[in-house]
Design a protein around this ligand. Structure first.
Ligand SMILES: [Zn+2]
Length: 425
């Protein structure tokens, strides 16, 4: 941080203090544009689960390192969540099914339909990652090499999602979108978010590494980040949660490897990964809204669907492309799900904020030396040879594999519920 930046932060802190801004009274939010937790939304989980089921989900999926434990106090009938590790400021209390009682453990599987038309009656939401268009530069999701056409991730995601929609609809799904075009879903713009950007910097930017910019540029950079990441994804979440209410959401992305030596040039990085929601870090769990979403997602129990769909997509990746699965072992922010080698738990804004099962797919690396020419070839018909292999166009292949995984998952669900009509525990 340079001297002028420090001066601005001190002045801003003083301004907040003088205006009577009382940090103690406010919920501690991860991002200054987060919405305050609505704790009553957790009430539907009251008295439904055993302590064992709660602890099992917590440890396996959401809190593999035990970072949530200091905020929890278990008693005979339930658990109380606190804001602080000293456990003096309670946020919410959840009651369990009494000892010896039978809680709900059956996962809310999506199925029961016609195996021949497994997506009939299902609503699938597509969330093509990022915005693209005029916003691609500030999103930092675009690059250009020499005189080649620029690679813009938002556009690749949208192209792939449109292909995917056709296949899913042909199999009977109703497809809905968080956005379909190059316009933001949020009505906010970076210029609206300067006060929040300053407050984000005052929070210490949550330990994020900041670029070495001048004070003004750093504030603008933060305002842009809050716009395209926090505000935009929260607006999409409102659409998903309040209007669309899908059975499943698919977030579609392409990956990008760090530039070798900081220079824009191709690298060898090809790999694939699918994320299910989980794996909160200790830094995240210091905030009230992160604790709230962890509990919300734990009670919602979308994990079995996320793992089932994710694994089915991973099987297609393995069979069709065979690109290596990513490995986040030891990353501190992601852990293996056990649902095949491609599916990892990770806490991302989209899979945290959207209600219901969210499968977050990170496709091929845009700046990998074998993938890049394939992207540049565009949406050609038939096949062409890349890195010694005959390939259909990348968008079609990526979309087809995701679609085949989703269809496989629903078909298996429909078949198993048709076979076992009588449930016995
Ligand atoms: Zn992306």
């Amino acid at each position: 941080m340079d001297v002028s930046m420090a001066r601005i932060l001190v002045l801003t802190a003083l301004a907040f203090a003088i205006s009577g801004w009382a940090a103690e009274e406010k919920p501690m939010l991860f991002s200054p544009v987060s919405e305050e937790p609505e704790w009553r939304l957790l009430d539907s989980g009251q008295g439904r689960f055993t302590r064992q089921e709660f602890e099992n989900r917590l440890g396996k999926i959401f809190d593999p390192t035990g970072a949530m434990q200091p905020y929890l106090l278990f008693d005979d009938g339930g658990v109380t969540l606190f804001r602080d590790k000293a456990r003096t400021r309670p946020l919410y209390r959840l009651t369990f099914v009494p000892e010896g009682g039978a809680g709900e453990v059956n996962p809310p599987l999506l199925g029961g339909g016609d195996p021949a038309r497994p997506l009939a009656g299902k609503v699938i939401c597509l969330d093509p990652g990022h915005i693209g268009g005029d916003w691609a530069d500030i999103e930092e999701r675009t690059f250009r090499i020499g005189n080649d056409a620029p690679v813009v991730e938002g556009e690749l995601n949208l192209r792939t999602s449109r292909r995917l929609a056709q296949t899913l609809e042909a199999s009977g799904a109703k497809v809905v979108w968080t956005h379909d075009g190059f316009e933001p879903t949020t009505t906010l713009r970076p210029a609206d978010l300067y006060p929040e950007a300053i407050s984000y910097l005052l929070q210490g930017s949550l330990g994020a590494r900041l670029p070495k910019y001048s004070a003004n540029r750093l504030i603008r950079w933060n305002a842009e980040l809050l716009f395209y990441r926090s505000a935009e994804i929260q607006a999409r979440a409102r659409r998903v949660n309040e209007e669309l209410r899908p059975d499943l959401t698919l977030c579609i992305h392409y990956n990008a490897a760090p530039w070798p030596g900081g220079r824009v040039r191709l690298t060898s990085a090809n790999g694939l990964v699918v994320f299910a929601h989980g794996s909160y870090t200790a830094e995240e769990l210091a905030f009230d809204d992160q604790k709230f979403h962890l509990l919300r997602k734990l009670l919602e129990n979308s994990t079995p669907v996320e793992l089932g769909v994710g694994q089915a997509i991973g099987e297609q990746f393995q069979k069709q492309w065979g690109f290596r699965p990513e490995n986040y072992e030891g990353s501190g922010y992601s852990h293996a799900s056990g649902a095949g080698p491609y599916v990892w738990y990770r806490n991302l804004i989209a899979n945290r904020m959207f209600d219901g099962p969210v499968v977050f797919v990170e496709g091929p690396y845009m700046n990998d030396r074998n993938i890049y020419p394939w992207i540049q070839a565009g949406e050609y018909e038939g096949v062409r040879v890349f890195a010694g292999k005959s390939r259909g166009n990348l968008f079609r292949e990526y979309a087809n594999q995701v679609a085949a995984g989703v269809i496989d998952y629903f078909r298996r669900q429909a078949e198993s519920s048709a076979t076992f009509t009588n449930y016995s525990p």
